[in-house]
Design a protein around this ligand. Structure first.
Ligand code: SF4
Length: 447
């Protein structure tokens, strides 16, 4: 049975209990939300029986999650480096990872990553169809419907917990795009492949036509479907155009079909969106997809942040999260420029953990608000150890503090003129604040 089937039957699974504990909520709330399709718990039975240890719930009322993309490319195939990226991503707080490898032996790479992956792992099976199955054929245009299904089943059997399925792009959607015109036509790798296949054959999207078969596979292994947005805007100029909205309508229908088949489902979203349209993007998705968890890429509110797109994405992600986006796919400084390095992965994860945390404060998540309050108290009482522990990136915080020593108990910025320190002489509650921080800290960092 899938988590959704258990929830419908009124049974609280150990996975729901785990999620409830990590969110500080009653397990019955998690069960109800899974039942309504507002929360998903990506946990393939195969991965669960091996090394899936850090489960996550994604959706309404829960903390905003962060996904980190990994994977080789045509130019760079280094399994050890990808394994290192995975370790670093998880160390710095990625809740899930996706293997988006497109170079080398894709199955071998996936298996190597899965062996060390204790968080839910996602993939895009259409890449497998494109890069592995195609080797047995002459070109991608020779692929048949069965080849796409084979890719989905292979990933499910390997234990992938969630899969991007680009079933929402249709010939009608492509027509909308062509007739309205676009600045950047298709920026989704999987979507681009499918569009090329569809236009070449003048046939409908095989993933759309075979969606029921995909549901059967996903139900068997309890794979969560992540409905891909092939026609997402790749520039702020294309945000909310006819093609994007048309695809969203199809995704809404596919959410209904997945839920009816007892398959957990979430929906992917953009992409490049001007800040003033982020709220509309989130509200539209939530309404049309009946509150299915919303998993966004960024969002990126400007197109010109090359080299700093992790910052651009974190700004958009925080805003989107505050309006209800449930999971943020991180963006690294290498976005639009090249395959990220291990350091880029670290920077991307931290930037998006900050964005997710900002969103959670806005969403009213109590433990996250409490963390900020404790940090303020630790800051006020000049309790540096507690400040490092509460920081989203303790190593960097400590490094900067240590780099410029001070003879005072403050920091080297104001030294003896530290207002926190000065005021303590007159308002003597800093000691009390310090004690309170220490007392609550251990519990809080566990939640
Ligand atoms: S010295 Fe200045 S910057 Fe440092 S903790 Fe005190 S007020 Fe803040």
């Amino acid at each position: 049975m899938t988590q959704l089937q258990y929830a419908i039957a009124g049974k609280i699974t150990p996975e729901m209990e785990y999620v409830a504990q990590s969110e500080g909520l009653d397990p019955r709330i998690i069960m109800e939300k899974v039942k309504e399709g507002k929360v998903v718990i990506p946990a393939n039975k195969i991965h669960l029986s091996k090394n899936l240890k850090k489960l996550v719930g994604i959706g309404e009322g829960l903390k905003t999650k962060v996904n980190a993309n990994l994977g080789t490319s045509f130019d760079y195939v280094n399994i050890e480096e990808e394994k290192e990226k995975l370790k670093v991503a998880v160390k710095y707080g990625a809740d899930t990872v996706m293997d988006l490898s497109t170079g080398g032996n894709l199955r071998e790479i996936r298996k190597a990553l899965m062996e060390i992956c204790e968080v839910p792992i996602g993939s895009v099976p259409v890449y497998e169809a494109e890069f592995d199955i195609v080797k047995k054929k002459n070109s991608i245009f020779d692929l048949e419907h069965e080849d796409f299904l084979e890719a989905v089943e292979t990933h499910a059997k390997d234990g992938v917990d969630f899969m991007t399925i680009h079933a929402g792009i249709t010939l009608e959607g492509i027509r909308f795009m062509k007739e309205q015109g676009r600045t950047t036509w298709i920026v989704s790798r999987g979507g681009g492949l499918l569009a090329a296949w569809m236009l070449y054959h003048n046939r409908e999207n095989p993933l759309y036509e075979k969606f029921d078969d995909i549901l059967d596979i996903c139900r068997t292994y309890d794979v969560t479907i992540s409905l891909g947005d092939s026609l997402r805007p790749g520039s702020i100029a294309d945000s909310l155009d006819r093609a994007q909205v048309h695809e969203l309508l199809i995704l809404g229908e596919l959410v209904d079909r997945a839920r009816k088949a007892c398959v957990q489902v979430m929906v992917e979203g953009p992409g490049h969106v001007p800040l003033n349209e982020i709220k509309t993007q989130v509200q539209l998705q939530k309404k049309i997809c009946k509150n299915a968890p919303f998993y966004i890429l960024g969002m990126l509110p400007t197109d010109i942040g090359a080299g700093w797109d992790h910052i651009v994405g974190a700004i958009g992600g925080a805003v989107a999260g505050s309006y209800g986006a449930d999971m943020l796919c991180y963006i690294t400084p290498a976005e639009h420029l090249g395959l990220p390095t291990v350091e880029h992965v670290r920077e991307g994860v931290i930037a998006f953990k900050i964005a997710a945390h900002i969103a959670d404060i806005s969403k009213g998540i109590k433990s996250e608000i409490e963390r900020d309050n404790l940090m303020s108290k630790a800051r006020y009482s000049l309790d540096w150890e507690s400040q490092f522990k509460l920081a989203l990136d303790p190593e960097t915080a400590r490094k900067i503090y240590d780099e410029r020593a001070t003879k005072t108990k403050a920091c080297s910025m104001c030294g003896p003129f530290c207002p926190m320190n000065l005021i303590e002489k007159f308002v003597n509650d800093a000691k009390k604040a310090r004690e309170e921080v220490r007392e609550k800290l251990t519990y809080l960092l566990k939640v």
